[in-house]
Design a binder for this molecule. Structure first.
Ligand code: GDP
Ligand code: MG
Length: 455
């Protein structure tokens, strides 16, 4: 990735005062290769690199930096800007300011994630997640409808998703015309005072004139305030052509980039933004309905740069970790108390709360996520459940004084939790590792640990 590539050349040439053709040449070549590796399409890469060069040449290099470090700064800034940072802080917000119902039309190829995203968005709006910057503008009454008449299973799929999201579903059937479905749904939404109507549509496996015509007709009829182009991040370079076709066929208002929980490095975000000029509004990060996040240009820039999406990682962890528990633990550490198996159990419970570990691990910097990708997350959660079983089979006293755990007690606990004694020993040695880490943390302080993590 870019960080690895750049760090090789970033250290050279200390002591130069300005960025020049000569001292940026190697770096710019690495930038170019890294972007191609991140699946940004070639013409976009070319233009980006020439933009960076233009901005960089003549820039002063601050005293403490090498020209390489200064150039990374320019790259990061420019990448953030092109990802949508140039559109201002509100670009990724949905517009719902319309005489209700505010209509959202979903467009994209088959399999891009339209139906799933319809459910995710519906849930997000119904829960009031659209209220930005802490201003709660309230939960929305949402209706969803499927105009996918080619695959009866698609209508069923949306019905299931709507039930999971807890929003209203307008039945439709494969023998109706898409436009009739849309008209009925709009009429129903008006009569029942829905705030938002989300219209899911059919997609084809490739770009297809009949599909484009159909969705154009739906657009003309519904006059949606949002027309969202849903695109699979795994398409990589091919995302360019698909985005171009949809952008020419429809007045898009925004983009949703799905399946970012996979291997995609996010280069498609840059390409799609480049060809459509439209803001990315959301990213899909899991198959589950909770796996939708507002788009953040600077975070996506960091992902492409391979620096890891630290910001959203921290945010996600904060959401998941029970603040009370964490504070109790911190207070205990400060008081110099011993970290015991009761604390260990609390930590394991928190790990479980963090939910889909794989989406979390994905956001770590490359050197960590490489290791993390070798962790089977299903296996890991099975392991966590077994550890909890063991801990629950102990008495409070045993957890507070692990040194009590001699052979006979271990045999009792093994029988109680249905695991072999070796597994208890394995867990105890993991606990001891954690205990010594806690001691070090207390000695060295949090700052030291964070620095170690930051590399
Ligand atoms: P549609 O044909 O455009 O309606 O696409 P679907 O919503 O049916 O999604 C196609 C497949 O992609 C399904 O298996 C979804 O579960 C999956 N999917 C959609 N969004 C995401 C995402 O953000 N992450 C992951 N991992 N899978 C997704
Ligand atoms: Mg669908």
């Amino acid at each position: 990735n870019l960080t690895n590539r750049l760090s090789r050349v970033v250290k050279t040439l200390r002591g130069e005062a300005r960025l020049t053709e000569a001292n940026t040449q190697d770096m710019l070549r690495e930038v170019r290769l890294a972007l191609l590796e991140a699946d940004v399409s070639l013409p976009v890469v070319r233009e980006f690199v020439s933009r960076v060069k233009e901005k960089a040449l003549g820039e002063e290099v601050a005293n403490s930096l090498t020209p390489g470090q200064a150039l990374v700064g320019v790259v990061h800034k420019e990448l953030t800007s092109l990802m949508g940072g140039d559109l201002g802080p509100h670009a990724s917000e949905l517009s719902l300011a319309q005489q209700p119902p505010a209509i959202i039309l979903m467009a994209g190829l088959q399999g891009s994630g339209k139906t799933t995203t319809t459910g995710k968005l519906a849930r997000w709006l119904a829960e009031g997640g659209h209220s930005q910057n802490g201003h709660k503008s309230g939960k929305k009454k949402v209706l969803v409808v499927s105009a996918d008449v080619y695959r009866p299973a698609a209508i069923e799929q949306l019905k299931t998703v709507a039930a999971q999201a807890g929003v209203d579903f307008m039945p439709s059937s494969a023998d109706q015309k898409p436009e009739d479905i849309a008209r009925n749904a709009l009429d129903f939404a008006k009569r029942h005072h829905h705030d938002v109507l989300i219209v899911d549509t059919a997609g084809r496996l490739g770009i297809d004139e009949a599909m484009m015509q159909e969705i154009r007709a739906l657009h003309a009829l519904l006059k949606p305030i949002e027309t969202l182009f849903v695109v699979d991040a795994m398409l990589g370079q091919d995302a360019v052509n698909v985005a171009k076709a949809f952008n020419e066929a429809l007045p898009l208002t925004g983009v949703v980039l799905t399946k970012l929980d996979g291997d995609a490095r996010g280069g498609a975000a840059l390409s799609v933004r480049h060809v459509t000029g439209k803001p990315l509004k959301f990213v899909g990060v899991s198959e589950k309905l909770a796996g939708l996040e507002p788009f953040h240009p600077e975070r996506m820039a960091q992902r492409v740069l391979g620096m890891g999406d630290i910001l959203s990682l921290v945010e996600e962890a904060q959401k998941a970790i029970n603040v009370d528990e964490a504070q109790k633990l911190a207070a205990k550490m400060k008081a110099g108390d011993k970290f015991d198996l009761n604390d260990f159990r609390a930590q394991i419970a928190q790990m479980k709360n963090m939910g889909d570990m794989s989406s979390l691990l994905e956001k770590l910097p490359a050197q960590f996520s490489q290791a993390a990708s070798q962790v089977d997350s299903k296996q890991a959660s099975r392991q966590i459940r077994r550890m909890e079983g063991i801990l629950n089979s102990m008495t409070e006293m045993e957890r507070a004084k692990p040194e009590l755990l001699k052979a006979s007690r271990k045999r009792r606990i093994a029988a109680g939790s249905g695991v072999p004694v070796q597994e208890i020993n394995r867990m105890l040695s993991q606990f001891e590792q954690m205990q010594s880490m806690m001691k070090q943390m207390k000695k060295g302080g949090m700052a030291k640990m964070m620095r170690a993590m930051g590399g």
